[in-house]
Design a protein around this ligand. Structure first.
Ligand code: SF4
Ligand code: SF4
Length: 305
C-alpha cells in the first residue's frame, strides 16, 4: 500500500456495491458532519459530527438491562417505558453492550485512513469491471478535508475513479485542493434565492454558487443534483431559475433530480431530532416530468434518480 499519513475521520457508513453515486459499481463512504441543516435531510444521522445514540423502540423487550448499567442516570424506567435522556448520555456504550434485543446502538465511528482504504480495495475488481470507483458522501465530505485528501490521493495513485457528493459549502482553497484528486463532482444546487436557501438549509448560497463556477473553470466533470422538495423548490419558476443558473456557469452537461422521499422520517424519531417537514407529501410523477422537461431547456441531459 502507498505510504499515506494515518489520520482519523468520522464515518457513519461505508456502502459497497452502490450504483447511484456515480458511474459503475461504487463504494460510497459516508462522512459524518455537515455545515448545512437542510430541513428535508434524509440522513439526519449525518448532520452532527458527534457519535449519537439511536433507539429502535419497537425492538425493546423492557428487560431493564440498560437501566442497570447506566451510571449517569441517562436511562430510566417510567412505568412501562424505558426513557433515555440524550442530553446527559456520555456515549459510554455500556447500555448498547448489554442490549441483546439490539434496541440501542450508536451512529458514527472514528476510522483511520487505513481502515477506509482497506474497505475500498476490497472492491477493486468491481471497479475495474464496471467502470466504477469510490464516492465520498455525507454529511459533507469537505468538512473533513485532510482525512478526505489523504484517501483521495491514495485512490489517484491506484487509478481508482473518485467522486465527491457535496453541498459546495467550503472555502475556495479547499475546493481547489480537493479538485486535484477528484474525477467527478456530484454538486447539490437547492434553492436559487439566497434568503430562502438560508431559511431552509441554514446557510446562504453565494459561496456554493461561487465554488461551482470555480470547478467549471477548472474543467472538472460535474453533475448538478437538485433535491426536489415539495412546496420548497418544485414550482416551475424556481426550477427555471435553477436551470438558468446552471446554464450560466457554462459547460455543465448533466442535471439529476433527486425527488424528496420520506424514508428519513423514522430516523429523526430514533435519533430524538425534531422533524419540521413531517407532513410533506411526495412529489408526483407528473411534477417530476414537468421539472425534467423544464431543465432539459438548459442542459443536454436530465435524469430523475
Ligand atoms: S437493554 Fe435493550 S431491550 Fe432491554 S430495556 Fe434496555 S433498550 Fe430495552
Ligand atoms: S451510552 Fe452510557 S451514558 Fe448513555 S445511556 Fe447508555 S449507558 Fe447511559
Amino acid at each position: 500500500m502507498t505510504q499515506i499519513p494515518k489520520l482519523y475521520g468520522k464515518v457513519f457508513n461505508i456502502q459497497h456495491f452502490s450504483i447511484h453515486d456515480g458511474p459503475g459499481i461504487r463504494t460510497t463512504v459516508f462522512l459524518k458532519g455537515c455545515p448545512l441543516h437542510c430541513k428535508w435531510c434524509h440522513n439526519p444521522e449525518s448532520i452532527s459530527q458527534k457519535k449519537e445514540i439511536i433507539l429502535y423502540e419497537e425492538r425493546c423487550i423492557r428487560c431493564g438491562a440498560c437501566v442497570e448499567v447506566c451510571t449517569t442516570g441517562a436511562v430510566h424506567r417510567d412505568g412501562d417505558l424505558i426513557v433515555t435522556k440524550r442530553e446527559i448520555c456520555t456515549a459510554c456504550a455500556k447500555c448498547v453492550e448489554v442490549c441483546y434485543a439490539e434496541a440501542r446502538n450508536f451512529v458514527g465511528k472514528e476510522l483511520s485512513t487505513e481502515d477506509v482504504i482497506n474497505e475500498i480495495v476490497k472492491d477493486l475488481v468491481f471497479y475495474d469491471q464496471s467502470g466504477g470507483g469510490v464516492t465520498f458522501s455525507g454529511g459533507e465530505p469537505l468538512l473533513q478535508y485532510d482525512f478526505l485528501t489523504s484517501i483521495l490521493k491514495f485512490c489517484k495513485n491506484q487509478n481508482i475513479h473518485t467522486a465527491i457528493d457535496t453541498c459546495g459549502f467550503a472555502s475556495p482553497e479547499i475546493i481547489d485542493m480537493i479538485s486535484q484528486y477528484t474525477d467527478l463532482f456530484l454538486y447539490d444546487i437547492k434553492i436559487p434565492d439566497t434568503r430562502k436557501h438560508e431559511e431552509f438549509t441554514g446557510v446562504p448560497n453565494k459561496l456554493i454558487h461561487h465554488n461551482l463556477q470555480r470547478l467549471v473553470k477548472l474543467g472538472k466533470e460535474i453533475i448538478v443534483r437538485i433535491p426536489l422538495i415539495p412546496e420548497v423548490n418544485d414550482d416551475v419558476k424556481t426550477i427555471k431559475e435553477i436551470g438558468r443558473l446552471v446554464e450560466s456557469m457554462g459547460n455543465i452537461k448533466e442535471i439529476h433530480i433527486l425527488p424528496y422521499h420520506s424514508t428519513g422520517k423514522v430516523k429523526y424519531a430514533r435519533l430524538g431530532i425534531d422533524y419540521s417537514l413531517k407532513d410533506l407529501e411526495l412529489v408526483s410523477q407528473e411534477k417530476l416530468e414537468i421539472c425534467k422537461k423544464e431543465l432539459s431547456n438548459f442542459v443536454p441531459r436530465v435524469e430523475i434518480e
